[in-house]
Ligand binder design. Structure first.
Ligand code: SF4
Ligand code: SF4
Length: 183
């Protein structure tokens, strides 16, 4: 046996460990795929039949295509609240809290929503559009009961007063007294 054919026990153990790790990673990946498949199957089971959805959307007129939402971090200090004040200083938006998650809602009609209230790029629409409304929980049929809705800076400031410490509240710039606020 030449020197190069000799078995190094340590190297062999290392190799086996690497193989086992590789197998563990593969198994984990397989499990994740299985979970994803199960989730997709459940979603498909819950999904409305396409013709029912089409009928519902025709009646509604495409409400979910007239805004978009962006998830926000929950505000924790004066700086966070000040950033929300900045959002609310703009027209056509509001902030809401649903299931403890904060969102900015911007009212803005999608460019692809036709005058006939149909999607002009239906077969190529983004995934978020495909997922919406399939479980009967959209704004046309579902009932939304948000924990909080802030349409104006003043509403947000009233909430900040309840949750911020006096020190943080002191740092928060306030809406000028006597100002009538946004129209
Ligand atoms: S809000 Fe609901 S019913 Fe209206 S277009 Fe969107 S998915 Fe269809
Ligand atoms: S891409 Fe189509 S489905 Fe998506 S928001 Fe725009 S009009 Fe609606």
């Amino acid at each position: 046996m030449s020197g190069s054919d000799e078995i190094d026990p340590e190297a062999e153990i290392e190799e086996r460990e690497e193989e086992t790790e590789g197998m563990d990673a593969e198994e984990e990946e397989d499990e994740e795929h299985e979970e994803d498949d199960e989730k997709e199957e459940e979603e498909e089971e819950d999904a409305l039949p396409p013709e029912k959805l089409a009928e519902m959307c025709a009646k509604c007129g495409g409400r979910c295509c007239t805004y978009y939402t962006v998830m926000l971090d929950e505000p924790e200090d004066a700086d966070d609240f000040d950033e929300l004040r900045w959002f609310l200083a703009h027209e056509d938006c509001y902030v809401y809290v649903d299931e403890s998650e904060w969102h900015l809602n911007v009212i803005s009609r999608c460019r692809f929503l036709g005058e006939d209230t149909r999607c002009a790029i239906y077969d190529h629409r983004p995934d978020v559009c495909r997922e919406f409304g399939h479980d009967e929980e959209c704004e046309f049929t579902g009932e939304f009961d948000f924990e909080h809705t802030f349409n104006t800076i003043m509403e947000l400031e009233a909430y900040a007063k309840k949750v911020l410490s006096p020190e943080e509240l002191e740092k928060l710039p306030r809406f000028p007294k006597g100002h009538k606020g946004p129209a």
